[in-house]
Ligand binder design. Structure first.
Ligand SMILES: Cc1cc2nc3c(=O)[nH]c(=O)nc-3n(C[C@H](O)[C@H](O)[C@H](O)COP(=O)(O)OP(=O)(O)OC[C@H]3O[C@@H](n4cnc5c(N)ncnc54)[C@H](O)[C@@H]3O)c2cc1C
Length: 434
């Protein structure tokens, strides 16, 4: 483990990078090698797949074009949320039993994260409690329906519905008319989590190479990954690049739309002031399509996220834009300075369901968590690893879900997505008037 030189890509400048609790540097690949499994991408998906395989005795190499946690995993809102997006359509397509087993995966994903944190004693500021808040009657009805659905599926015990008069006990803003608390969800420092997991992976024998970009893949019984200077021959490949897949695989790129989401971190507040705003220190999301999501860090900074952009490029003036949104929710924060502002790409899918499967017999992928991946990536890593070791055939079940590919990649999907989002923004606007 060594220091970086100037040409290397570092973590984006963020509150998380500034408070990373370990300086982990891995070498770039310096020779051509062979391995059983090569994983491309060192975010939650890639690193956790590596841990699961290494535990079963597999020889695993992870390559990362920048640094461990450089992508969404090291810069997200840190909200650890249970559940996948789910649609009744899947029940019809897959049958009741298979649909319930897919639904269970989403509900249990947060447990995998807490188990991992305990198992490797990872210091990442884990806190319990998440509340989803409704801005209008339509959203309130959505929360009521969600509670019913979770009760029906057998997970309702972790959810509590809160009426308007009680919401301020959790979120001290006049904007909300109802809330749904999930005690099984929570929040954490995502970069410290992925760094802790990477350390655990190397302790299990996984080799990680940073600053090593996969440029091209030769598919075959033994697949070959070409990096800028060297090659890796592997019996099996896992593509864990999510919104940053770009040209490495056109099919996967056409199945997702990279969208930019942004976050600001304020200066630290004193603890009493922070507790007045979020008395139970929960993570919060509203139900708008272009949603606000926020929470306090362990040093009482408001981490406020929102403002999506579907060009995949980072917008200008993140701090000013998000400050305005934050003040609409908490006008009292007017005197508080913004210390950090950053953005990152999420991979959005048309049906909002993560995409897991195989491109060929020995090339696996997982992507498209649609802005909701801290917990689901950990479940995806279980599913892919056990698809490779042939211990669990969930990857085949999920492979049956039909995913739409957008024509024209970047040039078509960006503008089309922006138009689509404009439509949903109008819907949110009109719902707020009812
Ligand atoms: C601003 C923001 C806020 C978010 N907030 C939340 C939240 O609060 N809660 C939540 O659940 N989810 C949230 N998400 C989503 C969540 O962070 C992601 O779904 C999740 O981290 C995806 O993990 P991943 O490992 O699949 O991908 P990533 O973490 O993006 O990792 C992919 C990695 O692949 C590498 N890579 C790509 N191509 C190559 C190549 N050719 N060669 C080598 N390496 C390559 C990239 O450098 C990158 O490091 C947020 C995302 C963003 C951007």
């Amino acid at each position: 483990m060594k220091k970086m030189n100037q040409n290397q890509i570092n973590h984006t400048s963020s509150y998380y990078a500034a408070t990373a609790n370990q300086k982990l540097y891995f070498p770039a690949l310096q020779e051509s090698i062979k391995t059983q499994v090569c994983i491309v991408g060192a975010g939650f998906t890639g690193i956790n797949t590596a841990i699961n395989l290494a535990k079963k005795g597999y020889e695993v190499v992870v390559i990362e074009s920048a640094r461990v946690g450089w992508g969404a995993s090291g810069r997200n809102g840190g909200q650890l949320i249970s559940g996948f997006t789910f649609s009744d359509k899947f029940e019809k397509e897959m049958g009741t039993e298979a649909a319930q087993s897919v639904w269970d995966l989403g509900a249990k994903a947060t447990d995998l994260v807490t188990t991992r944190i305990e198992e490797f004693n990872i210091q990442c500021d884990l806190k319990e409690g998440f509340i989803e808040v409704a801005l209008n009657r339509i959203q309130k009805n959505e929360l009521i329906a969600r509670k019913k659905e979770w009760d029906r599926r057998g997970y309702g015990h972790s959810l509590t519905f809160v009426e308007k008069e009680d919401v301020t006990k959790y979120v001290n803003s006049p904007n909300y008319i109802a809330g749904l608390i999930d005690s099984g969800s929570g929040h954490l420092h995502p970069l410290n989590l992925v760094l802790g997991e990477a350390k655990a992976a190397t302790d299990l024998g996984v080799r990680i190479y940073e600053q090593t970009k996969a440029e091209k893949i030769e598919y075959g019984r033994t697949a070959k990954i070409h990096t800028t200077n060297y090659q890796i021959e592997a019996d099996c490949i896992v593509l864990a690049c999510n919104a940053y897949i770009d040209k490495l695989n056109k099919k996967l790129r056409r199945m997702i739309m990279p969208a930019n989401s942004c976050i600001v971190a304020t200066e630290p507040l004193d603890e009493e002031r922070a507790r007045k705003i979020l008395p139970q220190d929960m993570a919060v999301c509203d139900l708008n399509t272009i949603l606000d999501y926020y929470r306090f860090s362990s040093d009482h900074r408001m981490l406020f996220g929102g403002r999506w952009n579907y060009s995949g490029n980072e917008p200008k003036n993140i701090d000013q834009n998000l400050r305005k949104r934050m003040l609409k929710v908490f006008p009292d924060l007017d005197d508080v300075k913004i210390d950090y502002a950053w953005g990152g790409n999420v991979a959005v899918t048309i049906n909002r369901i993560p995409q897991l499967g195989r491109l060929t017999e020995n090339v696996f992928y997982s992507q498209g968590y649609s802005g909701h991946g801290v917990a689901p990536t950990h479940m995806a890593a279980e599913i892919i690893a056990s698809g490779i070791t042939k211990d669990w055939d969930m990857i085949e079940t999920l492979g049956k879900i039909k995913h739409i590919q957008l024509p024209g990649g970047k040039w078509f999907s960006g503008p089309a997505m922006s138009l689509g989002m404009l439509y949903y923004q109008f819907q949110d606007y009109f719902a707020s008037k009812r």
